[in-house]
Every structure is written in C-alpha cells, then in structure tokens.
Design a protein around this ligand. Structure first.
Ligand code: SF4
Ligand code: SF4
Length: 164
C-alpha cells in the first residue's frame, strides 16, 4: 500500500477510536463513587453481618443477645471466616437466654464469600447478613469485625434497586 493509503487508513482508525471515546464521554458511568454516592443493591443482596438482640424488656436499655455461643455458624462456614468462643452465662446478669453466650465473636470479611450458610445454620436467628456494604478500609485488620461492632446495626450508603 502507498504512503497515502497508509495515512488514510491510519486516520480512519484514529477517527474510529476517537468516536468510541466521545460516545462514552456522554454516557452515564456504570461505576459510583462509593461511599460518597449510594451503591444500588438488589433486594436479596447479602452484605455485612450483624448479631441481633431480642427486644428489650420493659425498663431495660438493651435486649438480650440472641447468640447462645453454640458455634453452629462457625462449623457451617465454608471458608473459616467466623470465630466463636463461648462462655457460661452469669445467671444474675446473663448476656443471652441460654446457658452460654458468645464471649468472642469475630467475622473476617476478607475470608467471607457471603454465602449465607452461617445465617441458615443459626438456631436463634442471631447472625444475619444485612444489605450493608462493608466500609472501605486501608488496613487488613479492619476487616475483622468483632462482637461489639457486629451488635451495632451497620451504616451503609445503599439504595435498593428493583428486582429484575
Ligand atoms: S456468609 Fe458464608 S462465608 Fe461468610 S461468614 Fe457466613 S458462612 Fe462464612
Ligand atoms: S450466631 Fe447463632 S449459630 Fe452462631 S454461635 Fe451464635 S447462636 Fe450459634
């Protein structure tokens, strides 16, 4: 091919590439600036875990913990993401209605595959997967959630999108 032919072919390819770029400049981006912008999740999305409590008794500030430290969630987890260490309840000041409670409860979000098996295995519906996104962090250790964090309802900037 002549030099003029090469030039025309190259110019056509550049124009085509610029056309693709310009077309995408006017489109709405698929990504969002989470957590500053809300992330859209489906109604059945499984996100960060939470440990639930029973309703508080009249006059009490907090309800008893639902978790009875049975370790079934830990046994059901396919990735070893949960650590439970149980202890005996003090009958005068119990943490949970059972004989035992979870003295330690940790979830490693870097191991978790959000399958929901822990939720399925729990006999007291204590551990649940919420629709909250894990908060972005710089430090790997921040992805290990401890019991006090899990007992608090998580905050997350999400919107529920319609089921398709
Ligand atoms: S959601 Fe699945 S992987 Fe994650 S902690 Fe529960 S059982 Fe383990
Ligand atoms: S969260 Fe449920 S399954 Fe896990 S230790 Fe507590 S009671 Fe048992």
């Amino acid at each position: 091919m002549s030099k003029a032919g090469d030039f025309v072919k190259g110019a056509g390819q550049i124009a085509g590439a610029m056309g693709v770029t310009l077309k995408h400049l006017t489109k709405k981006p698929l990504t969002v600036e989470y957590p500053d912008e809300p992330a859209a999740v489906f109604p059945r999305y499984r996100g960060r875990h939470m440990l639930r409590r029973y309703d508080a008794a009249p006059g009490a500030e907090l309800g008893l913990e639902r978790c009875i430290g049975c370790c079934l969630c830990e046994a059901a987890c396919p990735t070893g993401a949960i650590l439970v260490e149980a202890a005996e309840n003090d009958p005068a000041d119990p943490h949970s209605p059972g004989e035992r409670y979870a003295k330690t409860y940790e979830v490693n979000l870097l191991r978790c595959v959000f399958c929901g098996d822990c939720e399925e295995a729990c006999p007291t519906e204590a551990v649940v997967l919420t629709q909250a996104f894990p908060v972005p962090e710089q430090d790997r250790r921040s992805f290990i959630l401890v019991k006090d964090q899990l007992l608090e309802p998580p905050e997350s900037n999400i919107v529920i999108r319609p089921e398709q």
